[in-house]
Design a protein around this ligand. Structure first.
Ligand SMILES: CC(C)(COP(=O)(O)OP(=O)(O)OC[C@H]1O[C@@H](n2cnc3c(N)ncnc32)[C@H](O)[C@@H]1OP(=O)(O)O)[C@@H](O)C(=O)NCCC(=O)NCCS
Length: 253
């Protein structure tokens, strides 16, 4: 993949990767974050067939098999591009060919880089036609991006998954702003369960986050069963458009 080579060349210079200009043209964009040790990238998944093919060529056999299992071509494309771009970004950091990266998977499915002397932390999330990636040499990470333009019962989902205080906070926000607030809250909670690696095995109502989208994302409270929770700090990733996103990073000691 021509563009991969350019990303790798740039990484080899030791400079931060710059997605502007010719690199993965139009596909990835660096999102500024108030944490100097974390790189955040937003990717478009609606690439042309040639670029999708380039991404597909980077996938491992098990990833190709997984892609083939998607019933809809659209879902196959989104998975393929999400993984292809993840491999491209990580390849640049590791100074190795993106296709040569081997992923391992923790107990609940969180991917990590296997068999590499200097592994880096990363996490990825995808929603509709966007993927979000966070990468860091020093901090463990979790990310979540959500697409707002969906017809869902936010009140019902909040009652089911959020704590009473989060539900009460959301109710104070009038429509149509409540939908954005719901998804902001959702990404804060998902970023946490993805950071710990537990995923949905950690019930979302066992910890509380700030609910309003214009308040600083923060973990407010947690139950005794989830001792890992206070170790994480949340950042809003300003991804624009019809998307909201949060990055959770392990707090520095
Ligand atoms: C992780 C999880 C919350 C992601 O939910 P989602 O909002 O649908 O998906 P996102 O796009 O935000 O994230 C998916 C990506 O997160 C990563 N991921 C997968 N499992 C993960 C985990 N446990 N922790 C962190 N990241 C994970 C992968 O990169 C995945 O991408 P892929 O689908 O291309 O492989 C959900 O899939 C989950 O809970 N999985 C674990 C299942 C589990 O716990 N099983 C055990 C018994 S309950």
């Amino acid at each position: 993949m021509e563009t991969c080579a350019r990303v790798s060349e740039l990484a080899a210079t030791g400079k931060p990767i710059d997605a502007t200009g010719e690199l993965l043209p139009g596909a990835i964009q660096r999102i500024p974050l108030a944490h100097p040790a974390i790189e955040v990238w937003l990717a478009r998944l609606d690439l042309d067939a040639r670029q999708v093919g380039q991404c597909a060529n980077l996938l491992s056999r098990d990833e190709q098999l997984r892609a083939e299992r998607y019933h809809f071509e659209r879902d196959r494309r989104r998975f393929t591009v999400t993984r292809g771009i993840l491999r491209t970004l990580l390849g640049a950091h590791l100074e190795m060919a993106p296709a040569a990266i081997t992923f391992g998977y923790a107990e609940n499915g969180k991917p990590f880089i296997a068999d590499h002397a200097s592994p880096i932390h990363f996490n990825a999330s995808h929603a509709h036609e966007r993927a979000l990636y966070a990468i860091s040499k020093s901090c463990a990470l979790g990310v979540d991006i959500e697409y707002l333009n969906r017809d869902i019962d936010t009140n019902g989902l909040a009652r089911r998954f959020f704590s009473p205080r989060e539900c009460a906070g959301l109710k104070l926000i009038p429509e149509p702003a409540r939908k954005r607030a719901f998804f902001a809250c959702w990404t804060r909670k998902e970023a946490v369960i993805k950071a710990t690696g537990e995923g949905l095995a950690l019930p979302l109502d066992q910890f509380e986050v700030t609910a309003a989208p214009d308040t600083a994302p923060q973990i407010l409270d947690f139950t005794a069963a989830t001792q890992q929770i206070p170790g994480w700090i949340l950042y809003t990733a300003d991804v624009g458009g019809d998307y909201v996103a949060t990055v959770a990073a392990r707090r520095r000691k």
